[in-house]
Design a binder for this molecule. Structure first.
Ligand SMILES: NC(=O)c1ccc[n+]([C@@H]2O[C@H](COP(=O)([O-])OP(=O)(O)OC[C@H]3O[C@@H](n4cnc5c(N)ncnc54)[C@H](O)[C@@H]3O)[C@@H](O)[C@H]2O)c1
Length: 425
C-alpha cells in the first residue's frame, strides 16, 4: 500500500515515519523544498525526531519526500497535516487546507481516501474540503472517493507520547469512509476510536484543547487571587493533586504558547457564531490567559522597585524562549510577549535558551529575528537587573541561576528554595 502525507511538520513527519515503520510506503508531500531536500538526505529539522529514524526508512525504501503533487496519482490515500493558524483578526485561516485540497484534487484516483488531520472547526472536512476536492477532481465524496477526519494527538517533547500507542479518533463522511479510514490507520496505530461523523471527530479535538485552555485559565486566575492573599498556588496545586479522584493538575504560567492551545479554541468560537451560539468559557479563558504576560511584567516592575530601579533602563533576561520545556518550538511563545512588553516599557531585553541559539525570522516576531541567546555564565547573567524564568528546560541549572542573579521573577515554580530574591509570578 502506498499513501501520501501532506505537510511534513511536527505532525506529518512522525506520522509518516510511523506508517513507514509499519510497512506502508509513504510519500511525504510538502511545499517547502528545503524540508523535502533535508528528508531525502536523511536529515531531521525537528529536534525530537532523530535523523537516523528518517534515514532508516529511506534506506528501507518505505519513505521519500517530494514537492510534486501530481504524484497523488500513485496513492491510495492522502493524509493532510497542514497548519491551521488564526489570521490577524484572530479568525480561522483554513487556506492551507483549501490549497492542499486544490493541489491534490486533479490527481485524486477513484476509490482513494482523503483524511484531514489538521485541527479545525466542525464542518471543515465535509463542507469546505469536500467542496474543493469534488470541484477539482470531478469525483463525488462518499461515492467516488472516501473522506474522513482524524485529529492528531501529538505531545511534543513527551518521551511517552508515541504516535503508535495514542488512541486515535476517526470520523468518516459515510460509514464506508469510516471503514476505509480505520482500515488505513489500523496498519500503524494500536487503538482507534471511531465516531459517527467527521464533525464529531473535529469537535472531539476541539473539546480536548478547550479543556486545557479553560483549566489553565482557572489556575492562572487562582494564581493571581492567591498571590494577593499570600498563598502560593503551586503549593496548593501540589496538595490538591494528591486527591485520587475528581481532580487533574494544571499549572499556571506566563501565558499560553504553542501551535494548539492559544489558537484552536477560537476555531469553535468563530464557527459557533454561524449557529447563533456564544462560547463564553473560551472567551473568558482567552482573556485570562492573554492577560498573564502583563501580570508577569507588573511583577517584574514590583521586584525592581524594591531595588530602587525601574523597568525603563533595566537589563532584563528572559530564560526560556521555547513555549514548552526541552523543545526548540517557539511558536506563539509567551516569552515573545514578555520581551515585547518589557521592551515597550524601556527595558533592555535579552534571552537565554539552549534550544534557540538565534531567533529565526517569523512573521509574528520578525523584529527579534537574528537576536542570539546570551552565553550561560556567571559574568553574563549577573549583569542583568532581573531574570524572568519563562520556560523550564531540564538542562538549565536553576540553583546556579539563583546564585548568579540578583532578582528572579519565576513564572514556573522552577525555584523552590526560599529566597528573598525570587518573586513568583
Ligand atoms: N504540533 C502539534 O503538537 C500538534 C498537535 C496536534 C495537532 N496539531 C495540528 O496539526 C496541524 C499541523 O501542525 P504542525 O504542528 O505539524 O505544523 P507545522 O507547521 O510543523 O507543519 C506543517 C507543514 O505543512 C507544510 N505546508 C504548509 N502549507 C502546505 C501546503 N499547501 N501543501 C503542503 N504542505 C504545506 C509546511 O511547509 C510544514 O512543513 C495543525 O492543524 C495543528 O493544529 C499540531
Amino acid at each position: 500500500m502506498k499513501i501520501g502525507i501532506v505537510g511534513l511538520g511536527y505532525v506529518g513527519l512522525p506520522l509518516s515515519l510511523q506508517f513507514a515503520r509499519s510497512g506502508v510506503q509513504v510519500l511525504g508531500l510538502d511545499i517547502d523544498p528545503t524540508k523535502v531536500d533535508a528528508i531525502n538526505r536523511g536529515e531531521s529539522y525537528i529536534k525530537h525526531i532523530e535523523s537516523s529514524a528518517i534515514a532508516e526508512e529511506l534506506r528501507n525504501k518505505r519513505f521519500e519526500a517530494s514537492v510534486d503533487f501530481s504524484r497523488v496519482r500513485e496513492l491510495e490515500a492522502v493524509i493532510i497535516c497542514v497548519p491551521t493558524p488564526l489570521n490577524k483578526n484572530r479568525e480561522p485561516d483554513i487556506s492551507y487546507i483549501l490549497k492542499t485540497g486544490e493541489a491534490i484534487a486533479p490527481h485524486l484516483q477513484p476509490g482513494s481516501l482523503v483524511v484531514l488531520e489538521s485541527t479545525t472547526y466542525p464542518g471543515t472536512t465535509d463542507e469546505d474540503l469536500l467542496k474543493v476536492l469534488e470541484f477539482g477532481s470531478g469525483l463525488k465524496a462518499g461515492k467516488d472517493f472516501h473522506l474522513a477526519f482524524s485529529p492528531e494527538r501529538e505531545d511534543p517533547g513527551n518521551p511517552n507520547s508515541k504516535v503508535a500507542i495514542i488512541p486515535k479518533i476517526v470520523g468518516g463522511f459515510t460509514p464506508a469512509c469510516l471503514e476505509k479510514a480505520t482500515a488505513l490507520y489500523s496498519k500503524a496505530i494500536k487503538t482507534l476510536v471511531p465516531v459517527s461523523s467527521c464533525r464529531a471527530a473535529e469537535a472531539t479535538k476541539l473539546l480536548e484543547n478547550i479543556f486545557r485552555s479553560v483549566n489553565i485559565a482557572l489556575v492562572n486566575e487562582l494564581k493571581v487571587v492567591y498571590a494577593g492573599m499570600g498563598i502560593d498556588i503551586w503549593e496548593v496545586i501540589n496538595a490538591a493533586k494528591t486527591k485520587p479522584f475528581g481532580y487533574m493538575a494544571f499549572y499556571p504560567g506566563p501565558g499560553l504558547g504553542g501551535h494548539c492551545i492559544p489558537i484552536d479554541p477560537f476555531y469553535l468560537t468563530w464557527k459557533a457564531r454561524e449557529y447563533g451560539q456564544h462560547t463564553r468559557f473560551i472567551e473568558l479563558a482567552g482573556e485570562i490567559n492573554t492577560s498573564m504576560p502583563e501580570y508577569v511584567v507588573n511583577r517584574v516592575a514590583e521586584a525592581l522597585n524594591t531595588k530602587r530601579k525601574s523597568v525603563n533602563g533595566s537589563k532584563i533576561l528572559i530564560v526560556g524562549l521555547a513555549y514548552k520545556p526541552n523543545l526548540d518550538d517557539d511558536r506563539e511563545s509567551p516569552s515573545y510577549t514578555l520581551m515585547d512588553l518589557l521592551k515597550a516599557r524601556g527595558a533592555d531585553v535579552s534571552y537565554y535558551d539552549p534550544f534557540v541559539p538565534v531567533i529565526r525570522p517569523t512573521r509574528e516576531h520578525g523584529h527579534w529575528a537574528g537576536t542570539p541567546s546570551i552565553q550561560w555564565n556567571k559574568e553574563t547573567v549577573s549583569k542583568f537587573d532581573a531574570v524572568v524564568i519563562s520556560t523550564v528546560h531540564a538542562q538549565i541549572d536553576h540553583s546556579v541561576l539563583t546564585n548568579w542573579a540578583s532578582v528572579i521573577i519565576d513564572t514556573r515554580n522552577a525555584i523552590t528554595d526560599f529566597s528573598s530574591k525570587v518573586w513568583k509570578a
